[in-house]
Design a protein around this ligand. Structure first.
Ligand SMILES: CC(C)(COP(=O)(O)OP(=O)(O)OC[C@H]1O[C@@H](n2cnc3c(N)ncnc32)[C@H](O)[C@@H]1OP(=O)(O)O)[C@@H](O)C(=O)NCCC(=O)NCCS
Length: 213
């Protein structure tokens, strides 16, 4: 039987995850948030926990599973750090998969993966732990997504794309087939990526230029 779930964080990403979990009637019981929760949030009404320390003293790793409600933007590694901090203490992270995502039956999904509404993940893809496949993103066949990635809303990854750990692929970017992206690389929103990217590089789209006059 599924363990009760505790949400870490109460921002926009956490609210989206909570809506998915509540729609699936999953046992989401508490939320770690230092501030009060707005009444119109899907997180309203859950047991509030003021801090990570209070969570540690309230629920043991045997009693609950966690949901990583922190969003992820380039240059901020709090989401990854939170996952590692609680994993080292023996907690497990639940995956959250929207019933409105379209998933192949032939996938490898690691611990704590989050796949949002409208995302499509095709045959023989794999998604590393704590990675987000955000709203409407397409992950084509045979893509291998590393741990702690954020594949942002509307991204298209063609077949066979491979990413290292902690990669961010920004909103609406498109990546052609078989591209390799090194760890901690950032692909800026709207980029069309047609070459491999080394670790830690940040890429933005080329400026528009005149081709004919
Ligand atoms: C690539 C990115 C990380 C760069 O962020 P940054 O280091 O803070 O860069 P800045 O905003 O200071 O911009 C630096 C320059 O790059 C340009 N630039 C930055 N991102 C760009 C993009 N995606 N496309 C085109 N130009 C871009 C800026 O216009 C600016 O140009 P200027 O120096 O001529 O004024 C960021 O712009 C981005 O695309 N983030 C992804 C956002 C995302 O996916 N969000 C999802 C949330 S769910």
């Amino acid at each position: 039987m599924a363990k009760p779930l505790v949400m870490l964080g109460a921002g926009g990403h956490a609210a989206v995850l909570a809506e998915i979990l509540l729609e699936q009637k999953q046992p989401l019981i508490a939320v770690v948030a230092p501030d009060s929760i707005p009444a119109n949030s899907p997180l309203a009404g859950l047991k509030p926990i003021a801090s990570d320390e209070q969570l540690l003293s309230t629920y043991s790793p045997e009693e609950v599973e966690l949901v990583n409600g922190l969003g992820s933007i380039p240059g901020n590694n709090l989401r990854w750090k939170l996952f590692e901090f609680f994993s080292a203490k023996g907690y497990r992270f639940a995956s959250v998969i929207s019933p409105k995502a379209n998933l192949s039956n032939y996938l490898e999904l690691a611990e704590g993966v989050q796949i949002m509404m409208g995302a499509q993940v095709q045959t023989n893809a794999s998604i590393g732990k704590n990675s987000i496949i955000n709203t409407g993103a397409v992950v084509e066949h045979d893509c291998k997504i590393g741990a702690h990635n954020h594949i942002a809303p509307g991204v298209t990854l063609s077949g066979g794309v491979i990413t290292g750990n902690q990669v961010h692929i920004g909103t609406g970017a498109s990546v052609i087939q078989n591209i390799q992206i090194g760890e901690q690389a950032v692909i800026g929103a709207g980029t069309t990526l047609v070459r491999n990217v080394p670790a830690k590089q940040t890429i933005i789209p080329a400026a528009s230029r005149v081709l004919k006059n």
